[in-house]
Structure formats: C-alpha cells, structure tokens
Design a protein around this ligand. Sequence first.
Ligand code: FES
Length: 102
Amino acid sequence: MDISNPYRCVLVCQYHSCVRKRAAQVLEAFQLAALPEVFVSASNCMGQCSSGSTVYVTPDRTWYSRVQPEDVAEIVMQHLQLNQPVERLLHPRFHPRLDSDD
Ligand code: FES
C-alpha cells in the first residue's frame, strides 16, 4: 500500500446498504474536514454492501469497512494527514491481518 502520494480521492458509497448504515453522515464528515489536496466524492455501490459504510481512498488503494461518522476524524488525522491507515477499520477482504485467524 503506497500512501506517499499527497493527492487523494476519498470515495464514500452512497448506495442503499451503506446509506442505511449512516454513509450520508460519513460523507458529510469527510466534506467538512475540507483537507487541501483531498477530493471527497460520493460513489455508487462498490460491491461491499454487507460491510458498509464503505470508504475507498485512492491512489492508496485503501479500503475501509463499517465506517461510522465518528470514525472520520481518525481517518482524516491518521491516514490523510499522517499517512498511516487506520488499521482497525481496514476492510479485511482487501487488507487481511497477518495476526488474524480468520
Ligand atoms: S451499498 Fe455500499 S458498497 Fe454496496
């Protein structure tokens, strides 16, 4: 996962399953953060409906699952400002944990 590129896009799914899991508020929280060099956009379904709200950060290729509005400040500070993905929110399908038995 290369996260050295300062120009990023944060995609927040706004399709049915994710919206039921507060994705609209997640999107709003990212928009309110208004970081320079970070473009925030709604997206259509990203195929991860059972684990929404789904957030994808590009070009980092970082997938977050089960994101709640309360999690956004941590993603903004730790990932988008300090370049350290928030491990506890990484989607296990794309970012399997080496210490996990799953
Ligand atoms: S509804 Fe959000 S990933 Fe499918």
